[in-house]
Design a protein around this ligand. Structure first.
Ligand code: GTP
Ligand code: MG
Length: 237
């Protein structure tokens, strides 16, 4: 993979992913040499599989959430001088073969955030309906069309990683807030198409939180974007 002079890291949050992690890591390493797994109190062989694969591993004995694990990964990457991280799920839903598309887009655009967008028409119906509702709600909240706010396949530059360390979100909403923060900061968001993959994986998301927490997150996103806009308007010219 041509990486020019940039230093990139693949970052994989993992929670009880022994079924898929080994295969995912093998495929990720065909694309990129530097890989970090953040195991978050998994009760299965997740950490052991990462060790056996010879990748970098952060592992703690208790669960803090996907967002907190991503922040831990960003701190690790920032300290080691990486220019950007490509984060992808460990459950096999993100095809590591797309890593090159993210890197090319990064090198072309230098966008702080690049998101892998799925074709919602290919998502199984039981998941498509909530995803479509979520997409409409969130796009309205931030005032622009956001094709896929749930995708965890992303590339972030250093400025965005540093900014996201300030986030108080520690769970799944962390990634939704990230989009609102980019819009508020006036930072460009780029998109790359990714395949929609649903296999035997079981979502770890809490359905209660998805139903009630997501609209709350949309209100927060609206506030983040509006406050920044008001701040810009009230600045002396
Ligand atoms: N470190 C860490 N990783 C997590 C945690 N919860 C989920 N993950 C990882 O985050 C990724 C996405 O989690 P999923 O539960 O599949 O969520 P999702 O892909 O948005 O939902 P589905 O589309 O239903 O699969 C997977 O790689 C999980 O292992 C957590 O608490 N800590
Ligand atoms: Mg998943």
């Amino acid at each position: 993979m041509p990486e020019k002079n940039n230093k990139f890291l693949a970052l994989l949050p993992a929670y009880n992913e022994e079924a898929h992690l080994g295969d995912v890591l093998r495929r990720v390493r065909e694309q990129i040499s530097d890989v970090l797994v953040v195991d978050d109190g998994s009760k299965d062989r997740t950490a052991a599989i990462a060790r056996e694969a010879g990748v970098e591993l952060l592992s703690r004995g208790y669960n803090c959430g996907k967002g907190q694990s991503l922040k831990d990964g960003y701190s690790w990457a920032l300290e080691r001088g990486y220019d950007a991280v490509i984060m992808l799920d460990s459950d096999g839903q993100h095809d590591p073969g797309c890593i090159g598309d993210f890197i090319r887009k990064f090198q072309e655009t230098h966008a702080p955030l690049i998101i892998g967008a799925r074709n919602y028409g290919e998502i199984p119906l039981r998941r498509r309906v909530p995803n479509m509702i979520g997409k409409t709600l969130f796009s309205a909240a931030v005032g622009q069309n956001i094709p896929d706010n749930q995708s965890g396949y992303r590339m972030l530059n250093r400025a965005l990683m540093e900014r996201m360390l300030e986030s108080s979100e520690s769970g799944y909403h962390f990634e939704v807030e990230m989009i609102a923060i980019c819009i508020a900061e006036g930072w460009n968001i780029e998109w790359v198409p990714i395949p929609t993959i649903y296999n035997d994986e079981v979502s770890k998301q809490n359905p209660f939180d998805q139903i009630f927490g997501f609209p709350k997150m949309c209100l927060k996103a609206r506030r983040i974007v509006r406050e920044k806009k008001e701040e810009k308007c009230s600045r002396p010219k």
